[in-house]
Ligand binder design. Structure first.
Ligand SMILES: [Zn+2]
Length: 573
């Protein structure tokens, strides 16, 4: 019952927080806003002094004096750099919300095995709101001495409570004896769960958090996006443990004044149940398909085999000649793509290796030839090993390319052991894609990385691993301007919203991100230390206080269900 005490502490603390937080500012309906610098991302007028906002729209840009001549309104003077509201085109809010309640043991937080085993011990010892010990971010690629945990080690950390440890890219997991038993798996096979089915079998033995608890966590995650500087998110696959993930996002996204705008791509099983479309708060754009897996588990479907390195053969346990698998056949993909295309939907395809990218481009070319639609631009996700020939083909087909550049900060030191020198130099080839005229964007794929858009900008410019030891394809670096474009104007284009989002220009929605420094003077090292001080959506500062997302009725129901079991409802009074 320690968790009940824990909950009480959380709720009392939260109530106190209510009084401690000050009210967020509200701006008048019509105002002029100026900052130390205003970067517009509009190629015709890259920098202005001020912006005239009328309700949710930008009416004019220019000098303060000029705008004062147009309207006699209050002038709001901000410290820092004002840019268009940042857009995250590829993220997973429900998964991020659920993982947010587990223990983070990632390489973003720890450097060695001893620290990680201690963090696991601490999380097993402390009270928790879930009956299992859950940890994520086990990362033997980023942490050199991280040998797999033995069953005895895990059982010593948590003898009675079931414990599950997920790897960073979530393609593998380790479970203790109690967890294996709950899932009906024989503990004599050891703690490691390799295939998705094995992991799912154990994950599905975890008592589900109530729908109300998940909804509360998602509401909080929405304000986390705004705190990180985002005003719009693209949900590339509404995945996460909830009976109706799309309905949940719709409910949170359709609040009167949600922290971010939501654009959703459905998974295959969700496709039959939802219509495409929506409004400027919540819209379903199309579908997400997964064509291959992660480079860091051997999942990327490459042309040439992975390297014969100690990392590949020993630590990842792959065999010589391994090239990864495609997850569907060419005809299967064609059929599925045709179906969404016919419904005027856009498809986002996860493709890391050259074989997956070939498959995607071939299918898109076929469908566009059958049924040419210049209003639908399908998109490719991650693109780790895309070749110049494929880039050109994508640009010609009007396919936008989303790059996961934080692979470089996070895994840069290990990439050569996975793919060798030649492929290291063309890993995440952003410069080549930009020069070929493709629409390029960057994403964080949360919860795969922490929300830190300026960190992504730094990596795209420096191409350097976090340790500072490895530069990955220095020729592929972009400028600050190009990096910010990738996360604003290009991301708006990728989501099909370029007419209203992504630029500070007349007629655009009044969405802004205020940065607390001057990114133009950084080297780029240090850019990641610049923080978003505020986001403004539809002309108003976004409220990210606890009270903005905390819903007492949901909380009471969530607690009630935890105490009484899932089927009961508190009687309404
Ligand atoms: Zn993703």
């Amino acid at each position: 019952m320690r968790w009940i005490a824990g909950l009480v502490i959380i709720i009392v603390g939260a109530a106190a927080g209510y009084y401690w937080y000050s009210l967020p500012p509200t701006y008048p309906g019509k105002y002029i806003v100026t900052a130390d610098r205003v970067l517009t991302m509009d190629p015709d007028l890259p920098q202005v002094q001020a912006v005239l906002v009328d309700n949710n729209e930008i009416m004019a840009v220019g000098d303060v004096r000029e705008l004062e001549g147009l309207a006699d309104v209050e002038i709001i003077r901000l410290k820092g750099t004002l840019i268009p509201g940042l857009i995250e085109p590829h993220t997973h809010p429900i998964a991020a919300a659920l993982l947010g309640s587990a223990t983070d043991i990632s390489a973003f937080k720890y450097d060695n095995r001893m620290q990680i085993m201690q963090a696991l011990q601490d999380s097993a010892d402390e009270f928790s709101v879930t009956p299992w010990v859950l940890a994520y971010g086990w990362d033997p690629i980023a942490i050199r001495d991280l040998s797999p945990p033995t069953l005895a080690e895990l059982d010593a950390i948590s003898p009675d409570k079931p414990m599950l440890v997920l790897t960073q890219m979530m393609h593998e997991a380790y479970a203790n004896t109690a967890a294996l038993k709950e899932a009906g798996v024989d503990p004599r096979r050891g703690p490691m769960l390799r295939e998705l089915e094995e992991i799912n079998r154990v994950v599905s033995a975890i008592p589900a958090p109530s729908d109300e608890a998940v909804e509360l966590l998602v509401r909080k995650t929405y304000t986390d996006y705004a705190k990180a500087g985002y005003t719009t998110i693209g949900v590339t696959g509404a995945v996460g443990r909830h009976p109706n993930p799309v309905g949940l996002l719709q409910r949170v996204g359709l609040e009167d004044n949600p922290p971010v705008r939501t654009y959703v791509y459905l998974t295959e099983d969700q496709l039959p149940n939802w219509r495409f479309g929506g409004d400027d708060r919540f819209t379903i754009l199309g579908a997400k398909f997964w064509l291959d897996g992660s480079p860091f588990t051997g999942g990327a479907a490459t042309h040439e085999p992975y390297e014969d390195s100690e990392l590949v053969l020993e630590r990842l346990g792959l065999s010589t000649g391994h090239r990864g698998d495609l997850s569907m056949s060419d005809t299967d993909l064609l059929e599925k793509l045709r179906d969404v295309h016919k419904r005027s939907g856009q498809v986002a395809m996860h493709a890391q290796g050259e074989r997956a990218i070939d498959q995607a481009l071939m299918a898109i070319a076929t469908i566009q030839a059958e049924d040419p639609r210049d209003d639908i631009e399908h998109r490719l996700e991650h693109n780790a090993l895309i070749t110049n020939e494929q880039i050109q083909r994508a640009a010609d087909l009007g396919v936008s390319l989303g790059f996961f550049v934080d692979h470089i900060s996070h895994y840069g030191d290990q990439l050569e052991s996975l793919f060798g020198k030649e492929r290291l130099d063309r890993y995440m080839p952003v410069r080549d894609a930009k020069d070929a005229g493709a629409v390029i964007t960057f994403h964080g794929d949360h919860p795969a990385t922490p929300m830190n858009p300026m960190g992504t900008v730094e990596t795209a410019m420096s191409r350097t691993s976090t340790s500072g030891n490895t530069v990955v394809g220095a020729d592929q670096a972009v400028t600050l301007e190009e990096a910010l474009q990738a996360m604003t104007v290009n991301a708006a284009r990728q989501l099909g919203q370029e007419d209203t989002l992504g630029m500070i220009a007349v007629g655009m929605k009044a969405d802004f991100t205020l940065l607390n420094g001057n990114p133009q003077v950084m080297m780029p090292q240090g850019l990641r230390l610049i923080r978003p001080a505020m986001t403004i959506r539809n002309g108003q500062p976004v409220d990210t206080r606890f009270v903005s997302w905390f819903d007492p009725e949901l909380a009471i129901k969530a607690i009630w269900k935890m105490m009484m079991g899932d089927d009961s409802e508190p009687t309404s009074t």
